[in-house]
Design a binder for this molecule. Structure first.
Ligand code: PLP
Length: 412
């Protein structure tokens, strides 16, 4: 059977491992070399030239230097590219290093300054683009405003779906149509290739904070971008020059996590749907943000996204005080930023992950975000119920009163 016909579960287990039997090993080898012996000057030089301009080693023995090529990292990249139905992928030291490389490759390095970015975005991405640190100019807009904001010097359109932290869905194909040939990068971190393949919907690149679901165990910081061989060459060139490399041990751990990714997503999503449905009826909760409830009026689940995922956010009736009490009151959920691991996390976006976002675009101070893990959903609900009910009791007066007071992060 041809491997391009394999289903997702099979690809997740076997991609990037096709040569292991020939090598006589069962687990992928880890190559920690920083430099590589060269057969001769000519081959070394040709290979150096190829890789410094974004290509691959020209021949066996042509790896030269680990900033240019590492076989353990390349294995993970091949596996991720297969899961994204893409020609190639490039891995980086973090999701932000990956986004930085994407922005450099498509803007300042090719004489285009302008980026169109669809909000909401992860706070770090918003910060990177809004800071103009890379010499770019950004127009932040809503999904339907992309076409109106494209300029002759626009090099890149950035979007995230489902978006961090309130799970808005963006229609990828519609944005690609509006971009009119300008490259579109989709942050696919929340969906993972299990639930969404942006390249099949016309996007140029699919980007992940691999720190999240791909790693899945909270022990690797990494980023990865999938796309055509040509678009990944441009990123490898930036990586070779600027050096935002993924360490091979990180790549090994990410590759090791991929076989369980479909199972983890399926189970975490099932619990998230149950918990979101239950939270929607909880007296302490004013609103639940979850595409699996009523967060998908355009029917993107099915057309673009294969399921609502395992992230959700809630607006608390008791405002910031409730958020502070709930994050302090849970026992099974860890009060911590990040997401997508086997254990459940809770955090306050306005104070933490979205703190750098300007006030007018920042999530409300009454919102907390939940990353649902692999614990039993009933135990997670009991944990949340205890914390919510205690918070509710403490802030009873607050939500009986004026809700409009719940805005902006309380000074602390
Ligand atoms: N994209 C999204 C959606 C994220 O949630 C994050 C981090 O939280 C990033 C990108 C940045 O990734 P990293 O923290 O690996 O740099």
């Amino acid at each position: 059977m041809r491997d391009d016909l394999w289903h997702l579960d099979t690809l997740a287990v076997h991609a990037g491992r096709e040569d292991l039997a020939t090598l006589g090993v069962h687990a992928p080898p880890i190559d920690l070399s920083t430099t590589n012996p060269l057969p001769d000057i000519e081959l070394g030089g040709d290979s150096y030239e190829a890789m410094a301009t974004g290509g691959r080693p020209v021949a066996e023995g042509g790896m030269v230097y680990a900033r240019l090529w590492n076989p353990t990292v390349a294995r993970f990249e091949d596996a991720l590219a297969a899961l994204e139905h893409a020609e190639a992928a490039a891995a980086f030291a973090s999701g932000m290093a990956a986004m930085t490389a994407v922005v450099i490759a498509h803007t300042v390095s090719i004489g285009r300054r302008h980026v169109v970015a669809v909000r909401p975005l992860y706070g770090g991405t918003d910060h990177l683009l809004g800071s103009a640190m890379l010499g770019t100019e950004v127009t932040f807009c809503r999904e339907e405003e992309v076409a109106a904001n494209i300029r002759p010097d626009t090099g890149l359109v950035v979007l995230e779906t489902p978006a961090n932290p309130t799970l808005e869905l963006v229609d990828i194909a519609a944005v690609v149509a509006q971009a009119g040939g300008v490259p579109v990068v989709v942050d696919n971190t929340f969906a993972t290739p299990v639930l969404q393949n942006p390249i099949e919907l016309g996007a140029t690149m699919s980007l992940h904070s691999a720190t999240k679901y791909l790693g899945g165990h909270g022990d690797v910081i990494a980023g990865v971008v999938a796309g055509s061989e040509q678009s990944i060459e441009a990123l490898r060139r930036v990586r070779a020059i600027t050096g935002g490399l993924l360490h091979p041990l990180g790549a090994y751990l990410l590759h090791r996590g991929l076989p369980t990714l479909p199972l983890r997503m399926e189970r975490q999503q099932r619990s998230a749907q149950r918990i979101a449905t239950w939270l929607a009826e909880h007296p302490a909760v004013a609103e639940v943000f979850y595409p699996g409830l009523d967060g998908d009026p355009r029917g993107l689940i099915g057309r673009q996204l294969r399921g609502p995922g395992a992230m959700l956010a809630v607006r608390l009736r008791g405002g910031y005080d409730s958020a502070a009490a709930v994050t302090a009151g849970v026992r099974l959920f860890t009060h911590a930023v990040s997401l997508g691991g086997v254990d459940s996390l809770i955090q306050h976006p306005a104070a933490l992950t979205h703190r750098p976002v300007p006030a007018e675009a920042r999530p409300g101070a009454d919102i907390v975000r939940l990353s649902i893990g692999l614990e039993d959903a009933a135990d997670l609900m009991a944990d949340l119920d205890g914390a919510l009910t205690a918070a509710d009791r403490r802030s009873g007066d607050a939500y009986a009163g004026n809700l409009s007071e719940v805005s902006g992060v309380r000074a602390h």
